[in-house]
Design a protein around this ligand. Structure first.
Ligand code: AMP
Length: 279
């Protein structure tokens, strides 16, 4: 496994791979890796000859300074997991390497999919995501890139950005990896107590309740019911629970539209997000 910290070193290696007609798969992460990340690397290994995983806690996508400071950083452990997952290349750049002072990308029109849910509760978040993934795509020039449905709205934003900027990259969406309890794996879960980790399972239970009731109740009734549960709970603070069209992320008008439920909720000061298909 090769470990690089500058674009120039990384590109020297990747240029040789490209000369040999090897395809490059890219998995961007913020580290503190878990099985969810590993499942993305496995997908990349399946579809591509060379898998590149970046580990970069991107300050541009944090709208909350405390969240950035508290974000777990576990480089040594990450390298072990990446080695075990047969990653070919790990890229661990500094902030200065990713964002030189003359880097001023053009904004992208995300057609409003960035305005709801995460975009509403984390202003500027998706600008930061577009900034970092765009920079990586331009420098690394991968053939394919792998993103988790765990961050479903992010995936939608990346697909839109890739179309808009005509990046020649195939975007793969990967299923959500869960703990046995149903909790969606997340680096932030490391900050939960054992008790909190057990309590978090109710998030997936409520998503499943919404799915089981999707054809039995109106969307409004489902949203009210789940919101009321979290709003009345002493443990959770709800940001949002929404049913939305999976492509436009706007409120569906009929039960025939492809619909997902999306939730963001705080538990023990840790922000949990999850989502599930309704139909
Ligand atoms: P992060 O390190 O949280 O920025 O995540 C890096 C990538 O891993 C993103 O594409 C995430 O959507 C994906 N990811 C994070 N958690 C999971 C999970 N539980 N299952 C599948 N993919 C995930």
């Amino acid at each position: 496994m090769q470990v690089y910290r500058t674009f120039s070193d990384l590109k020297l290696f990747l240029d040789k791979c490209k000369d040999e007609n090897l395809t490059i798969g890219f998995v961007p992460t913020m580290g503190a890796l878990h099985q969810g990340h590993v499942s993305l690397i496995e997908q990349s290994n399946t579809y591509c000859d060379i898998s590149v995983c970046s580990v970069f806690v991107n300050p541009a996508q944090f709208n909350n300074a405390e969240d950035l400071v508290k974000y777990p950083r576990t480089e040594e452990n990450d390298l072990k997991k990446l080695e075990a997952a047969n990653t070919d290349v790990v890229f661990i750049p500094s902030v200065e390497e990713v964002y030189p002072s003359d880097y001023n990308p053009k904004p992208v029109d995300l057609t409003g999919i960035d305005a709801v849910m995460e975009g509403e509760y984390r202003p500027g978040h998706f600008d930061g995501v577009v900034k970092v993934v765009g920079r990586f795509f331009e420098q690394i020039e991968p053939d394919a890139a792998f993103f988790g449905e765990k961050d479903y709205q992010q995936l939608a934003v990346i697909i839109r950005m890739t179309e808009e900027r005509n990046y020649p990259v195939t975007i793969h969406s990967c299923k959500i990896h869960r703990e046995e309890s149903g909790v969606a794996m997340s680096s932030r879960n490391m900050r939960l107590s054992a008790e909190g980790a057990a309590k978090a399972a109710v998030v997936y239970e409520k998503l499943n309740w919404a799915r089981n009731n999707f054809l039995l109740r109106s969307n409004e009734e489902i949203m009210q019911n789940v919101r009321a549960y979290f709003e009345q709970s002493a443990d959770f603070q709800l940001d949002y629970f929404m049913l939305a069209n999976k492509d436009t992320l706007q409120a569906p008008q009929t039960k025939n539209e492809p619909t997902r439920a999306f939730i963001a909720v705080f538990l023990e000061g840790v922000r949990l997000i999850d989502n599930i298909a309704m139909n």
